[in-house]
Design a protein around this ligand. Sequence first.
Ligand SMILES: *Cc1c(COP(=O)(O)O)cnc(C)c1O
Length: 401
Amino acid sequence: MSSETEPYTWIEQALKTIHQADWHRSVKTIQGRPGAVVYLEGKPVINFASNDYLGLAGDERLIQAAIAAVQEYGTGSTGSRLLSGHRELHRELERAIAQLKQTEDALVFSSGYLANLGTINALVGKRDLILADQYNHASLKNGAILSRATILEYPHGDMEKVKQMLEEQRTHYRRCLILTDSIFSMDGDLCPLPQLQDLAEAFGCMLLVDEAHATGVLGTSGAGCVEQMGCTGRPLIQMGTLSKAVGSLGGYVAGSADLIDFLRNRASSWIYTTGLSPADTAAAMAAIQIIQQEPQRRTQLWQNVHWLKQALIDELGLVHGTTPPSLLPSASPILCIQVSNPTTVLQLGRSLLEQGIFASAVRPPTVPTSRLRITVMATHKFAHLEQFITALRSNLQNLLP
Ligand SMILES: *Cc1c(COP(=O)(O)O)cnc(C)c1O
């Protein structure tokens, strides 16, 4: 039958191709509350696959805050913030974020993804230039594409190249926006933020840093990479999510009062969508308080990260390098073990699962090379970390090319 009479048959064909390349993905059902141990299809597994770095998504205080907000404000915000959907809770959360980030103001979006789409689109257009790290998160990449600005990707973390691109290209464009993750989500390494800020200032560019994985995790008060690298107070657009260490749902942008006021007027993904639900808003607010008041959670998280990383190196003999299995450079709770191909990483993921370890097998096209991506939590017990090392050890032979 021709494609004109059967307009949907191509989908079946496309799915077949996805399966053949071992690229097919499907969902796994988690039961009960999130935590260091979760129930996956009925079986308890140690969780190395969530972004709940501080273990707050299952914290009783967030749960109670959400319940109280639902009792008081109901379940839905019922409209756009500019129409009927704005509540005092939203503003309180925005003030709390601005206070954590040491910025004049902040704006919360329905997700981090939407924060990036809306912000990038509001800031640049056809006459402008975007410089972007090649490993940036999909939401930065898609936001850049939607904006219709000219996009130049630079090799991961290559500041020489950024400088060269700016020298050659900057004057041909009206505005320029540099986009980068702070902690790279699928690798775990950090961007050279101070150098990027220097270049942005020297060439008259805006700089947007995505702190999705760093908020609550990096910096003395949990304000992120910006705080850790001593960049607080310099001109910068910070965005992040409320869905990772903050344990709720939503995204934010923090920066100058003018920037935030401008976004309220120009960011479509904020204007034309319903305000964050009362439950999500209240849970996020409770989390931001805990992030500031309980630095011991971060201390525990980093102790776990350092122990696990050292064990991967000392006990399993993994090294940084190009021959798999190898350890990708990381300065965060995201640790990645690179393996030779998608089939191997899928087998590894399955085998670990049989041994009670839940970790993500990440493959192209999400990333250039297949890897086991594990995320460490503050609430992992020492025994959980040991069990991971034991399970991985028993699989190492199978990972040699
Ligand atoms: C998760 C993530 C986002 C998107 O945040 P959501 O709130 O989940 O939509 C954006 N950027 C990076 C780097 C992320 O890891």
